[in-house]
Design a protein around this ligand. Structure first.
Ligand SMILES: O=S(=O)([O-])[S-]
Length: 105
């Protein structure tokens, strides 16, 4: 099982600037509001992402509530990513805890 991190740990990683946040929610939700700089990942761009992304790139995966991001994190770890964690509580918790770290359209 992938490691889970709290929003507070997520903010530290966000501010460190070297972590890629990966959003596995639907495209409309991502467009409406997201963690700044995060990348939308789904079946459409998964192959390209796997081909193009350095496995040393630290990843934080998030979904709505922190459930499906765990499976997605496990999958990405199986694909060779060395540092991949799931954001506890997902975006819904994040946006309440850290509205200052939300980009919206
Ligand atoms: O996106 S979710 O699986 O946490 S409901």
């Amino acid at each position: 099982m992938a490691e889970r991190i709290s929003p507070e740990e997520g903010v530290i990683k966000l501010q460190s600037g070297n972590t890629l946040f990966v959003d596995v929610r639907d495209p409309t939700s991502h467009q409406e509001a997201r963690i700044p700089g995060s990348l939308l990942l789904n079946q459409t761009n998964l192959e390209d992402f796997l081909a193009a992304t350095d496995r040393q790139q630290p990843l934080v995966v998030y979904c709505y509530h922190g459930h499906s991001s765990q499976g997605a994190s496990d999958y990405l770890a199986e694909q060779g990513f060395h540092s991949v964690v799931s954001l506890d509580g997902g975006f819904e918790y994040w946006r309440q805890a850290h509205p200052e770290h939300v980009d919206s359209e």
